[in-house]
Design a protein. Structure first.
Lengths: 287, 292
């Protein structure tokens, strides 16, 4: 830590360098608190059991380094399949949410009739609806449709869960598209689907925001996989890790490797899409 | 312009798919859950208020429900009281003029915990506070008085990034001219923040409070990940979500009871709905008085 960057920018006030030092200091402390537990998990997954308990906060050295945990996870766990399941569910949910949500938001903004505000309100209320409390009938529906223990059941529920936020977001984006553009296309004889197609590039930030904000709760959910798709063949990563933790309670290196595996994809994806996510979170709820 | 009849047709065409999924898998289950709470599902007969009478008067059930309700309230209050000030501090630091260059890096790192699944959060914190080899020698999770606050703080650690992001974007949206004008008038950073920026972002606190309320009263994951559906010690960490799950699906010490489960869900739904409605009524009033 130095104060060099601040002084290079020629501070306006003399106190700026000190302020920068304090601000960076506090943020570094927060950052360490946020990230250290994650590093503890990843670090310890490369150690022997003895190494973990001997010094859980020490990095692996020549004596404690071991890849046994990772070997155990890859041989005993079901993680390739779990990953495939989570990826399928997440991607399918994002696709369905974007297609259905965009179409609905477009129509609610574009084809204003007397019931439009009411319909919009009906969707937006869903942001507040605690969908989990409808689990009992949801499970009954899935049973009668023979959808229990399928990935489709998860996709349907998650899409219903994410649609309100997606519609809230997309209506704000569609409202900002200039009317002249759409009218010009219509005068040129474009069909409504074509007009929507012309508009889409203008709302691309919105689509990205919807995608990134849908990703997190779907990938990390434990409740619905546990209830709707608990079978071994359809387990998501989150449920797979949870069950692995319950099953191999004593094999700490393997547990930590499994946890690292579960955490990795989202941490990476979020780091890449964090801008879109921030946009989605604030624009979606902040109305 | 498109004619009204055509507009209705187009609206239906574009909205119906979303409406169908939303109604079938979100609205209908919630309403149906309410209906189920007035039924005896095994015999398919109308039960009137029997399930509710049982929930509120059966000594065993009502005691558990009372505990779970109070625990959920505590879970919420700890979130609110700890998350909001820390989130505000983080947001203020991130948006301060002396940070600028490394803003994105800090923001991303501070949000990382919120991207983790609770399974990981629960496990890593159990490892860190384990009395045998961890950082504290007291069994925080094993003691009835500290267990729930401990779990709540783990959840706070995970989700503090969310209020941070709300306040962060609100602070960035404060018009530069307003800030500049105040600065020219001689306002220091402290005055600038509390007198100018803070009042402008104040509406965010209501939003954060109500969202935190909805999320925590629906809470389940972190408690389940740490202690299963019969969370101890002696139900000290049993919140509404875990009680609902245990009642509906049964657990080692309890037979499954879907009717009572639906009743608990309905009561929780009613509590959330009433509070949210009250919040919006108050909010609307306040906005009206500002406009006058």
């Amino acid at each position: 830590m130095t104060i060099a960057p601040a002084s290079r920018r020629r501070p306006r006030h003399r106190g700026d360098a000190l302020n920068a030092l304090v601000a960076h200091g506090l943020l570094v402390v927060f950052a360490i608190v946020a990230i250290a537990p994650v590093l503890v998990v990843v670090m310890n997954s490369f150690k022997t059991t003895l190494g973990i308990f001997g010094g859980p906060f020490l990095p692996p050295d020549a004596e404690t380094f071991s890849l046994q945990g990772w070997a155990n996870v890859l041989s005993r766990g079901n993680f390739a399949l779990n990953y495939a399941n989570s990826a399928t569910v997440t991607i399918a949910t994002i696709a369905a949410t974007i297609v259905l949500g965009t179409a609905a938001a477009w129509a609610l903004v574009e084809y204003q009739v007397r019931i439009s505000p009411l319909l919009t309100g009906f969707f937006i209320v869903g942001i507040m609806l605690p969908i989990r409390l409808g689990t009992v009938p949801l499970l009954q529906t899935m049973v009668s449709w023979h959808l229990v223990d399928t990935l489709l059941s998860l996709v349907l529920v998650y899409t219903a869960m994410q649609l309100p936020l997606a519609i809230a977001l997309m209506t704000t984006y569609f409202r900002s598209v200039p009317t002249e553009l759409k009218e010009a296309a219509r005068i040129d004889g474009a069909g409504e689907l074509r007009v929507l197609g012309i508009t889409l590039p203008l709302v691309r930030p919105g689509l990205a925001a919807v995608a990134s904000i849908t990703m997190l709760p779907v990938w990390n959910d434990l409740w619905f996989p546990l209830i709707l798709a608990p079978g071994r063949d359809h387990q998501t990563v989150t449920l797979g890790v949870q069950q692995f933790v319950g099953q191999f309670q004593t094999d700490y290196p393997a547990l930590l490797a499994a946890l690292s595996l579960g955490a990795l994809p989202l941490v990476v994806l979020f780091s890449v899409f964090s801008r879109q996510f921030v946009q989605g979170l604030s624009a979606g709820y902040g109305r | 312009m498109i004619r009204t009849a055509a507009r209705y047709r187009l609206l239906a065409l574009f909205v119906l798919p979303a409406l169908a999924v939303y109604v079938l898998f979100s609205v209908y289950p919630l309403l149906s859950s309410v209906a189920l709470s007035f039924m005896r599902s095994r015999e398919h007969t109308f039960a009137g208020l029997d399930n509710y009478v049982r929930l509120f008067t059966d000594p065993f059930v009502s005691e558990r429900f009372g505990t779970a309700l109070l625990n959920s309230l505590e879970f919420f209050l700890i979130h609110l009281v700890v998350e909001v000030p820390i989130g505000l501090l983080m947001a203020a630091l991130l948006t301060s003029s002396v940070i600028r260059r490394s803003r994105g890096v800090y923001r991303t790192i501070l949000f990382v915990p919120a991207t983790l699944s609770v399974v990981i959060v629960g496990f890593v914190w159990r490892l860190i506070i384990n009395p045998l080899w961890g950082l504290v020698s007291f069994p925080l999770l094993g003691d009835a008085t500290t267990a729930l606050p401990t779990i709540s703080l783990m959840s706070v650690w995970q989700y503090v990034g969310i209020p941070m992001i709300f306040l962060y974007t609100a602070l960035l949206a404060v018009p530069e001219e307003v800030v500049e004008a105040a600065r020219i008038d001689g306002a220091g950073p402290w005055t600038l923040f509390w007198r100018i920026k803070f009042p402008l972002i104040a509406p965010q606190f209501g939003l954060i409070a109500i969202l935190t309320y909805i999320w925590t009263f629906n809470g389940f994951d972190i408690v389940y990940a740490l202690g299963g559906s019969a969370p101890g010690p002696n139900y000290a960490t049993d919140i509404l979500g875990t009680m609902f799950y245990r009642t509906f699906f049964g657990s080692s010490g309890q037979v499954a009871d879907p009717d009572l489960g639906a009743t608990i869900a309905t009561v929780v739904f009613a509590i959330i709905l009433a509070t949210t409605a009250a919040y919006f009524v108050v909010l609307q009033r306040r906005i009206k008085t500002y406009e006058l």
